[in-house]
Design a protein around this ligand. Structure first.
Ligand code: GLU
Length: 369
């Protein structure tokens, strides 16, 4: 499909900028940032809203304190981030001011997107900044997080930011031209419509076409983005005017496009911010009902449950072959569900001795992948 058509309704964009495209010999480069900022501003001047997610705090700190980034301990990296984040923001502020715009800094942790109240607070602040014509510049709050509560990489963070602001498009700018099916291919794949096991295999881990790290987190970001019904592009951040050209419809990099409609904000939150507390395995009839007939999940289709969940928690739904089907908020806790799984809806009342919900997961609380 022509890119122009795929991008015709795009208004709000999240642009993720990788460390490698704004540094030169391990130091932040004003030149590179100002070139990118100029491109971002020209997209804004065409009527788009842009949220920037920028890496580079640890490298900036390490550069200015003369440390080699590799080999730093976690507290040392956190200290570098504390030093470097100011340098990074100063650069962005200076470059955006040259173009007549102000920036606002938002530092997030994974905790912030898992907590509904903080998720909404972040959304309100980001929306308000955009409303004031200020460019939000987001990074992970590296100085205060440890591994367990860390996104760990800004690809994942940027997909969550896109989700928080309900962006129509996420653009990941780094030092790769896109997603390559095979390293011998001269060009990256133009379009990807679903993230299946083969795409993940080719993206992930060492010994694959993309080597370690890098592409796996980008594919994870693509998975989050297209499950929300939005689009993502991987492109090289050093291409000239890369953003303006993408927005004009030039076929640059790889675009990931979901087949579903954009999810509403509540469902996005269920899908990506609520932690899975258990697994519900369902039979083929229930898979059909959920996937094709847009039904709620009833007790009769459940064949197995595991985990420790309460009513109101999120659980993952899988089929008999362990394929992920979706995720939803359960109306019953694990003990209740043990008693009613496999039973007809009308039997629930006599088993549990009270009036209960007909559905285990109501359609409104359900996301199907
Ligand atoms: N938040 C880290 C930084 O600013 C970068 C993480 C990443 O590049 O994915 O240095």
């Amino acid at each position: 499909m022509p890119r122009k058509n795929l991008l015709k309704n795009v208004k709000r964009i999240v642009v993720k900028i990788g460390t490698s495209i704004i540094t030169e010999d391990g130091m932040i480069s004003t030149n590179r940032i100002s070139t990118l900022v100029h491109d971002i501003v020209s997209v804004i001047r065409q009527g788009h809203e842009v949220v920037v997610v920028s890496s580079g705090s640890i490298s900036s700190g390490a550069g200015v304190l003369n440390h080699d980034r590799e080999g730093l301990t976690i507290p040392e990296k956190q200290a570098m981030a504390a030093v470097g984040q100011i340098i990074l923001m100063n650069e962005y502020r200076k470059c955006f001011q040259w173009e007549g715009l102000e920036v606002g800094q938002i530092l997030l942790t994974e905790d912030d997107v898992n907590n509904r109240r903080r998720f909404l607070n972040a959304r309100h602040t980001l929306n308000t900044l955009l409303h004031f014509g200020v460019v939000p510049v987001v990074n992970e709050n590296d100085s205060v997080v440890v591994k367990e509560i860390k996104f760990g990489d800004n690809d994942t963070l940027s997909a969550h930011v896109a989700n928080i602001v309900e962006a129509d498009l996420l653009i990941l700018l780094s030092d790769v031209n896109g997603f390559y099916w095979d390293l011998s291919d001269p060009e990256p794949v133009e379009e990807i419509f679903s993230i299946d096991a083969e795409v993940k295999r080719r993206a992930g881990g060492s010994g694959t076409v993309h080597g370690t790290g890098g592409m796996a987190t980008k594919i994870r970001a693509a998975e989050i983005t297209i499950r929300c019904g939005e689009k993502m592009i991987i492109a090289h951040g050093r291409e000239e005017n890369v953003l303006s050209r993408i927005i004009r419809g030039e076929k640059i990099g790889t675009i990931f496009v979901g087949e579903g409609h954009p999810l509403g904000s509540r469902k996005r939150w269920i899908a990506f911010s609520m932690k899975n507390k258990g697994i519900i395995r369902i039979d083929d009839g229930a898979v059909q009902a959920l996937r094709f007939n847009k039904k709620s999940l009833l007790p009769s289709g459940i064949i197995e449950i595991s985990g420790k969940f309460d009513s109101g928690d999120a659980v993952e739904i899988v089929d008999a072959n362990d394929q992920q089907i979706g995720k939803g908020i359960v109306n019953y806790n694990v003990q209740e569900l043990q008693l009613i799984m496999g039973k007809k809806t009308r039997e629930i009342r006599s088993i549990l001795g009270g009036t209960y919900f007909d559905e285990v997961i109501n359609r409104d609380d359900l996301i199907i992948y």
